[in-house]
Design a protein around this ligand. Sequence first.
Ligand code: ADP
Length: 193
Amino acid sequence: MLNVVIFGKPGSGKGTQAAIIKDKYGLTHISTGDVFRKNISQGTELGNIAKQFMSKGELVPDKITIAMLESEIKGFMPCNGFILDGFPRTILQAESLDKLLVNLNLKIDLVIALDVPNKNLINRLLKRGKTSGRSDDQSKEKIDIRLEEYDNKTKPLIIFYENQKKFYSIDGVGSLTDVNIRLVDVIDSKCND
Ligand code: ADP
C-alpha cells in the first residue's frame, strides 16, 4: 500500500498530477476540493456550509473537513492506497489524519510539494477561471486570500512533515509531462528504498 499527499499552493497543479499518478500506481484519488464542489452542486447540507467559505477563498473549518475526509477514506477501504489532494491543509487536519490512519493500520508514506512561484500561480488561476466557472478563481482578490490562507495555515505543514522525514519538494513549473516525470522519480526512488 502506498499513501501519498500531493501538496502545494492553489493552482500548483495538484489535481492534474494526482489524476495521472492515480492511474499509474492504481491509487484512490481523494480531492477535498472536488468533494466539496460535488456537494455544492448537489445542494447538500455539507455543500451549503462549504460554499460560504470557498466562495470567499477561505478554508472550510477543520471539524467539517476532517469528518468529510474520514468518511471518504473509510468509504474507499480496502484499496491499494490513496493520493490525497488538498488535504491536509492545517496542522489539526494533519494530526487528525495521522490518528485516523493509525486506527486503520495505515500511514502516509510521502508528501510531495509542487513548488510554483506566486506570479505563475496567479496567472494560472485567472486563466483557469475563464473556463472552470469556479467562483474562487474569478478575481485577483480571492486568489490573494487563498494564498494568504496557504501561508498562514498550510505552510506550517512543511515542517510537520519534514520532522516525520516524509517531505519532498519538486519544481512545479514546466510541462505537465516534465512535472510528472519529477513526481514519479520521487515516488519510485522512495518506494524502492
Ligand atoms: P486549489 O488548491 O486550487 O485552491 P481545491 O479544489 O483544492 O483548489 O480547493 C478549493 C477550496 O476548497 C479551498 O480554497 C477551500 O475553501 C476548500 N478546501 C479544499 N480542501 C480543503 C481543506 N483540506 N481544508 C479546508 N478547506 C478546503
